[in-house]
Structure formats: C-alpha cells, structure tokens
Write a protein that binds this ligand. Sequence first.
Ligand code: ADP
Ligand code: ADP
Ligand code: MG
Length: 450
Amino acid sequence: MALVARVLIANRGEIAVRVIRACRDLGVEAVAVYSEADEASLHTELADRALPIGKAPARASYLRPDAIVEAAVEAGCDAVHPGYGFLAEDPRLPAACAQAGIAFVGPPEDVMRAVGDKVTARAAAERAGVPVVPGTGRLSEASAAVAAAEEIGFPVLLTASAGGGGRGIRRVEGAADLPGAFAQATAEAEAAFGDGGLFVEKLIERPRHVEVQVLADDHGAVIHLFERDCSVQRRKQKLVEEAPAPGLTDELRTGLCDAAVALAREVGYRGAGTAEFLVDVAAGAFYFIEMNARIQVEHGITELVCGVDLVTEQLRAASGLELSVAQEDVVPRGSAFEFRINAEDPDNRFMPSPGTITGWHAPGGPGVRVDSGVETGRAVVPYYDSLVAKLMVWGATREEAIARGRRALDELTVEGIKTTRDLHRRLLDWDELLAGECSTESLERWLEGA
Ligand code: ADP
Ligand code: ADP
Ligand code: MG
C-alpha cells in the first residue's frame, strides 16, 4: 500500500490551506476547488492546481458532491479531503467517491450515516456502554415530546438529529411551549438540514464541553489523543478551546478517553473523529452528546500537545495505511489554547464583518502557531463561515500558554475588518477563564455583564 498521490480538497479558507500544507509535507499533490467568490483566495494560490466549482453561494459550489467528484476525476485525483463543515458530514460525498473509485478522507458512508445523525449516534454510544444525556429517540409527534419532557423534567432541549454548527438546539421551559416549539423546530430543521427529525434531551445545567480526539485505521487500531475543553461558547458555538481540559481528575479523563475509543470501535470508525461530551466536574459524571466524523476546527491544539499531525494521519488512514503512532506513543506535553479569529463584530451581536483586509500581521515566536486563510490584500467574502484564522499557543504550563496567548494576541493586527481579537485579549484577563472554571454558559453571562 502507498499513500494517495493527488488529493482534491473540497473546502476553502484556513482548513483548505491546512490540508494543502499536510499534502506538501507528505509529497502529495494538492488540488483546490474555488467558487466565483474565491478566485483570488489564498488556498487557490497555494494549491498545485485549482478548479472552478460554481457560483458564490455554497449550495451552488462547495455543497455539491457531484461537482466535487467530477472535479476530482477531471484532475486525476485519487482522494478527496472534505475539511470540516460544507460536505464533511454529508454521506453523499463518500458515496460518490466510492462510485468513482476515489478514496474519501473520512469514514465510509454507512459509518458516517450512523454517527452523523445524533439519534443513531446516541444509540451506538449506548450499545458501547457510553453514558448519554437522558433523552428520547426520534419523535414524530409533539404529544410524544410533551410526555417525554414531563418524564425528564423541564427545562429540556428540543434538538434536531441532523443539527450542527450550534444550530437546531432549542430550550423549552414548559409543556405549554412544547407543541409550538416542536412545529417551528421541525420546519427549521427541514429547511436547514433537509431533515426535520427531532428528539428531546435533558438540559444539563452549567456543563463543561469536553471532547476526545480519536484516530482509527483499517488494521484494527483505534486510539485517542486525549481531550479538549471547548466550554467557552457563544450561541452554542466554540470561541476558545484548550487542551488538556483543566481540572479533570485522572479518573474522569480516563473514563472520557475510553468511552470515545469504545464508541469509535462500536461503529467501525476510520480516520480522525471527535466524540463530544458534557461533563459535570463536581459530580464526576459525563454524557455523550455527538460525534463529529471529520477533522475539527480545533484539532491544532491537540497537535500542539500531542506532537501528532492529525491531517497526515487522516491521509494515511484513507490510503489504507496503518497510523504512524500507537496509543503508547501519545504522551501529551504542556498546554495549548486556540482563539478563533472570526470576521465578526463582538460589539454588535457578532454580526459578520466582511471586507478587504488592508493590513494583516500574524504573530510568531516561541509557542505560537497561526492557521490562516487570509493575509494583507485578501477579501473576506460574505458567503461563508466567518472564521478567517486560528491563533494557537503552546506553553510548558497553562500559565505559560496564557502568557504567550496575551503576547500573540497583542502582536496580531488586522485592519479593514472587525474581528474577535480584542475580545479574546479581554478574555485572557477574565478570572473564570484563568481559573479554568468556565461552563458552556459562562461566556454569555460574562458578555451580558461586560
Ligand atoms: P467544530 O467543533 O469543528 O467547530 P462545529 O460543529 O462548530 O464543529 O462545525 C465546524 C464547522 O462546520 C463550522 O464552520 C460550522 O458552522 C459548520 N457546520 C457543522 N455542521 C453543520 C451543519 N449541519 N450545517 C451547516 N454547517 C455546519
Ligand atoms: P452541534 O452539532 O451544533 O455542535 P452539539 O450537540 O455538539 O451540537 O451541542 C452544541 C452545544 O450545545 C454544546 O457544546 C453545549 O454547549 C450545548 N448542549 C448540547 N446539548 C446539551 C444539553 N443536553 N444540555 C446542555 N447543553 C447542551
Ligand atoms: Mg458539537
């Protein structure tokens, strides 16, 4: 078996650049695709070759599995890497790749279906002996949701099985609100995800979001690369992540990591994936919420603490090769943070802030890594996700990582658009974050008071 030779990257922005870099390191050719809005983008320029894929709206370009696979065939690619978002969790992409005889960098279609749907993923977790948030299967009637919610106890969450990116999760306070919420959520999920399926789950109060990175190959290896804490969220979207999760007991950490491996084994996982959990640190309890069958935005902090390149491992697994690391080789060192640099205005309800970047200076120096899809002179276009770059820092201790985070954020300059930079800098002076005690509700409370 050999590594794939030419990879089509079905994505844009910083993650397309990240995958191109892994290809370069491995001597693999990288082929980009771009929409009409991305002709002059960094990922298009850095790739060995770039093919147009359609008009600016994602539905007319990056979200078309047929067009992606057609481009891959045209360019003579033997693999497709989906990045995250867009098609990364669309089972039609591995299906179309299989039909064209092209390797898909991710799990096989049936595995993606099993874990991509939150209801079937919860069932797989239960089979694997992994605790899940108390809740129901897929519900077709509001009356069933009311009965289930009364048993679980209000408030509850009404969640779309196909949801993602923080969308499709709704808090319901009492039985009177549920039928209306059910109808609205069904319609919204149908419109957003093409699947109106809903379930009810218990609302866990002030939990921490802790997730475990896994890697698996076709030779029976399933390993974990420890955990990331992603509790600093607004609107259920992550803003700051850190590894390792602060304040976990060894017992809790081992429990989480073993659970993620058990789930990946149960579903026959291949490649890089993440099992997400809510954690009640005081009670020493954790609950599985979902599995992301792809590389995650925040994968870089795991790379910094574990010294493993997750994207090259993905490419190995997709090539049918063995992972280059065994479980005992994964020894985490120090502490890392990621700050998502979004083209958004934190002072105006995080409204997107597209425009041309007239000045960009990325920090460097010890312990600093910047994964960016932009630079001076490039445009942030309004059609896609507002994440433009990720600033990551590593330190031998959590304190050193935080000090480097302050230094790096001070050095980062972005002109021409509004970003989350200044907010991140303020967050690094916030007691709750410094103490490592944030729950998923902390940032919104802090923002309300700030
Ligand atoms: P991560 O933990 O990797 O950030 P997210 O769930 O935030 O995971 O998703 C990563 C990216 O994919 C984000 O850009 C998010 O907006 C997008 N995304 C994930 N799932 C969906 C979905 N079902 N529909 C639309 N966008 C999604
Ligand atoms: P997505 O697919 O959008 O990433 P997740 O299931 O991962 O959805 O949930 C996103 C976030 O929503 C979690 O990180 C957490 O903050 C919140 N959340 C999800 N389920 C629950 C729950 N049962 N109780 C409390 N918060 C929850
Ligand atoms: Mg999630």
